[in-house]
Structures are given as C-alpha cells and as structure tokens.
Write a protein that binds this ligand. Structure first.
Ligand SMILES: *Cc1c(COP(=O)(O)O)cnc(C)c1O
Length: 375
C-alpha cells in the first residue's frame, strides 16, 4: 500500500456539494473582486484568530510583502529572520531593498533563538520576523522583549500556523503583524493561492488595505505606491466553507502526531518533534531528525521504496542560497545541521489507521535495519 505525503482530494471531496454551491453563488452574483464574500471571510477569520483586523490578500508571500511595506521597510533597513524557513520569509525582505539578517534556531522547536537574534541587532535593524515553523509557535516572549528594548516591529510569519496558539493566544496575533497562507498544503488549504494579514493596530490595518489596491483612496487617487494584493471573492467564498472545519483538521493532525509519538519513541538515531511547553502545535508537518552521516537520505530512500511520501523541508538554508551570495557570510550551526537531518512524513488529517500504521512500521523497520534501535 502506498501512502501519499498529502491528499487534498479526501478533504475537499467531503465538502464537495457545499463548495460547488458556494462557487455557483459567486458565479451567479457576477461580483468577483472584494465585496460581501471577502468581507464576510475577513470577519470570520478575525473572529477565529481573536484579532482586531484580518485582511485577505493574494498569497502568503504577498501577506509578508504588504506587512513589510506597511511598516515602511526598505533600502538600508535590516530585518532579522530565520534561515531555516520557506524562501518567502527572506525573499520579501530582499525584494523591498532591505537586508535579511539570518539568525539561528533552536534544535528542538526549529524556531528562532532569541539569544542569537540579540547578537545580530544593529542600529539598522527595523524588525524581527519569527516563523512559526511546521505549525508551532516560536518562543515569543524573549523576542517581544528584544523588540520593546530596541523599538523593533515584529512580523510573525504564521503561514504554517493558522490555528496554533502560544499560552492561549493565536500565532500571528501576538506581534504587530501576523501573516498566513492558504496555499493548498497549509492547514487551511485553499483552491489556489491566497493569504491573510492580521493585526490589532488600526493604523497598520488601514495601510494594508490601502496598499492592497495600489494605494488608491478614493479610486484613481494614489496616496502611496501599492500593488494588486487582493484575494478573489471566489476564493473567500470557498474558504468560508472550510474555515469552520479548521479546528477539526488540526485535531486530526494532533492525533496523528500522538500516534507517531507513541510508535516511534525510543528509536536510536531518531529525534521526534516535541511541542514546547505552552504551545498548541497544529502539525503542518511532522518532522523527524535523523542523526548520522547520510542516514536521513537513507530513510528517505527506504520510505520512497515502500511507496511512502516524504519530503525535506528544507534542504538548503536561505543563508546558503545562491541569490543571497552577496550578503555577509554567516555560520548558523543548528540551521545547517537541521538541513542535513530533517525529514517530514505524512501527517494530513485524513490519513487512515492503516496508512499511519504503515508509515510507523516502515520507519521502525528502517531503524532496525540500520541497527540503531535503542537498547
Ligand atoms: C507557504 C509559506 C509562505 C508563502 O506562502 P504562499 O501562499 O505560498 O505565498 C511563507 N512563509 C512560510 C513559512 C510558508 O510556509
């Protein structure tokens, strides 16, 4: 039996008739840009998050871009972010002419290490951008303390963490801005590209709304240079169907993670992901660390041969990417070790019992084959 890393059709098939009805409603309305569906979705998303403002945008990438633009970040500015993340985090900083400054992460959570961030603050630093990687919050308190001390903005890249919490507060509502993605592989997967910006600050919300439509207010009078960062009414109508199910999707991922935790505990050479104290982890990915030279790649080959989907998030840290070769060289030992050792296995909500068993059995068999089962 093969097990996919992700199967979107299972989730969407269960909502088929509701999704088709929402599509038809928008089709018949003839209203495709902004309007009622967009406003309703934004209201529902804000309520879900407990945020004052939720503004839908064209992608998770554009959510980061527009948040940075609203903060006025540009040439000469530095923004501190992890290197162990998806490219968009740093790509958006660079696109605005600012400099991404990469800090190292904690080995246990894969998230920003505030002590390393502190060492990289300069008079040019304007913001810190923690990423809540794989669905659990970065340790926000020490980052917020640094931000207060140095007067920095905090943008939370919560693309993988919509629904995750830290000490009861939703990821993305703790700093000045939270940014989210509805890319189909995220916990709230849309039907194409989509994103969201959350903020509790009225002034920043106003700026994002302005920037989302070319900075125009009223129409054809442009206060600032923005872009077309709108999310389609169609996408909002479809996401409104799925949003109420998000807690159940996250709970199913948590059950799958608990299952792997119980089956895979104690295997030598393998480190299992653990939620940090105070975090509600929503498991966008279930990511193992495989120690030993070449063993991660061997596990991947083993799983692939068994027909089990697995992926490396992320194989080359951002500070080592060709496009950033012009930046000052940095050494990020934990990030570099993680890039060599991590592998993500299927965790999506609709995995069956048989599939989970198959994945766990296969990982255990690998561990035994390579003779590293703990005594
Ligand atoms: C997915 C993702 C993004 C970008 O979102 P898109 O909707 O694909 O543009 C940004 N940051 C992180 C950490 C992501 O995982």
């Amino acid at each position: 039996m093969s097990v996919p890393l992700l199967d979107l059709n299972r989730q969407n098939a269960s909502l088929h008739s509701e999704l088709v009805a929402a599509f038809e409603k928008v089709l018949r309305s003839g209203h495709f840009i902004l309007g009622g569906e967009v406003e309703s979705f934004e209201r529902e998303a804000a309520a879900f998050l407990g945020a004052k403002h939720a503004i839908s945008v064209s992608s998770g990438t554009d959510a980061i871009l527009v948040a940075l633009m609203a903060l006025g970040i540009g040439p000469g500015d530095e923004v501190i972010c992890p290197s162990f993340t998806f490219f968009a985090t740093a790509g958006c900083i660079a696109r605005l002419g600012a400099t991404p400054v990469f800090a190292d992460v904690h080995a246990d959570t894969f998230n920003l290490d505030a002590a390393d961030v502190a060492r990289r603050i300069t008079p040019r630093t304007k913001a810190i951008m923690p990423v809540h990687l794989f669905g659990q919050s970065a340790a926000m308190e020490p980052l917020l303390a640094l931000a207060r001390q140095h007067n920095l903005a905090v943008i939370e890249d919560a693309a993988q963490a919509l629904g995750a919490r830290q000490h009861g507060r939703c990821c993305g509502t703790i700093g000045d801005f939270g940014t989210y993605s509805f890319f189909p592989s995220k916990n709230l997967g849309g039907f194409g590209d989509g994103g969201l910006v959350a903020t509790n600050r009225d002034d920043l919300a106003e700026k994002v709304r302005l920037l989302r439509t070319h900075g125009s207010k009223p129409k054809y009078y442009h206060k600032v240079v923005g872009g077309n960062f709108r999310l389609d009414a169609l996408q909002c109508a479809l996401l409104r169907i799925k949003l109420p199910h998000l807690p159940a999707y996250c709970a199913a991922r948590q059950r799958n993670a608990a299952y792997y935790g119980s089956r895979l505990a104690g295997l030598g050479g393998l480190t299992l992901p653990q939620p940090a104290v105070g975090n509600d982890h929503i498991w966008n990915q279930y990511t193992l660390r495989v120690g030993g030279h070449g063993r991660r790649d061997a596990l991947r080959q083993h799983l692939t041969a068994a027909g089990i989907g697995a992926e490396i998030y992320y194989p080359l840290p951002l500070h080592q990417q060709e496009c950033f070769a012009g930046l000052p060289k940095v050494s990020l030992p934990t990030t570099e070790a993680l890039a060599r050792e991590v592998i993500s296995i299927p965790i999506f909500p609709e995995l069956t019992e048989r599939e989970k068993t198959e994945v766990a059995d296969s990982v255990i068999a690998f561990s035994k084959l390579s003779g590293t089962v703990a005594a």
